[in-house]
Design a protein around this ligand. Sequence first.
Ligand code: IFM
Length: 482
Amino acid sequence: MTVQAGPTVEHLAGLFPAGFILGVATAAFQIEGSLDVDGRGPSSWDAFAEKPGTITDGASAAVACDHYNRSGEDIALMRELGVDSYRFSLSWSRIQPDGRGPANEQGLDFYDRLTDKLLAAGISPMATLFHWDTPLALEHDGGWLSRATAGRFADYVALVAARLGDRIAQWVTLNEPVSVALQGYGLGVHAPGRRLLFDALPAVHHQLLGHGLAVQAIRAARAIGRIGVANMHAPVSPAGAGFKDGLMATTFDLLVNRIFADPLLTGSYPTPPLLVRPWFKVLGNASDDDMRVIHQPLDFYGVNYYYPVRIAAGGGTHSTPAGDSEMMAKLPFHLVPFPEYGVTGFGWPVAPDHLGTLLRSLKDRYGQALPPVMITESGASFPEPARVTGTLRDQDRIEYLAGHLGHVLAATGPGGIAHDVELLGYYVWTLLDNFEWAAGFSQRFGLVHVDFETLQRTPKESFYWYRSLSRARRSRLRGQTA
Ligand code: IFM
């Protein structure tokens, strides 16, 4: 791939604002394994991954990185890495095996111990409450298409907040509700594998409602942590100057960005252009009461940024960023490549410059309603071997991370294009190579290589690069206070 060499560690370390958080992020289903121990119930992803043909390489998450049994080793890696914070997710069906009722104490115990071990290692815990693994029993009742799931989610969150609320420093209610709604219910490339196209939109509203109720539940439990949400944002532009490309780019922007961010930050859904309004009708019918619940004050707004998108009118491709779906061809638009950028292992354009402009556009759109921003995920997969004999030279990942961090720090620093956006921190996706959803083990995003046969962890060069960044920052801070 062709990317420019990124800024140096010393240069980056000089750009961090005071209190900036450097972290790494993971998700339960992608790393834990141990899917049937300690009373955990099955999730939508357990069922989806078992269906033939859903996972590219036929991989199973039954063991994944075996983090459930190796969390001590993984925390030691993070301590060595020098991160301030670890973002992990809780498996809802470990805590409520069928998505309702009293807590499965053994499930909660796992996260309780994890939290204590992190704190003992000097790493601040950020807990994501939902990262796509809906309890299967709820999925059978309609999952996020059903309004009842929002209430169930709040009940589960109350159980978690009662147990961990005295120690979790930051909460993320939902991770990328767009992925669940569109890839999961709209296109069928993710769990639960439904192919409803625009009829998937109730899953948007019910997740957002679940978010609002969850924020209320965390606050009612008097939990100490800051509360936010993690939305995937893909900056969208039309492929051509014509009316149709413009209309479809606007539609795509509504679908992936605005129908999530607008209600959370402003309390209302955006008004689509007249020609496409019927597709979004179900969202327009939401009650004022629901919108008030969704519109909770947030302490931070999490942005997961991976790629920009260029849109042209007309069907004609089966490809989604998460995999192939014949449903894509039924949509009235398609994605057009960016020849000017190199690509990751997934074929996603490497476009760090779009991260600064994304923050500029969020601030322009939401103004004072935009809370301080946390980059809750940023990272890339590259073709890498299943087995290594030493440190993997992943220069492309180092350049990716340095480029994205450099751009976002410059953009939000003095004189930058998004200088009025308060940037709180940056979490690399991800610590370990893991079960990358429908791509199984075929896409490796980790700072640490995982051999999925031996479960051996081997830090890559990017791990040592991130460690040198965190060290350079610490020595600068020490210099400033000496
Ligand atoms: O692995 C995923 C993660 O679970 C959610 N955000 C995107 C990542 C890369 O695809």
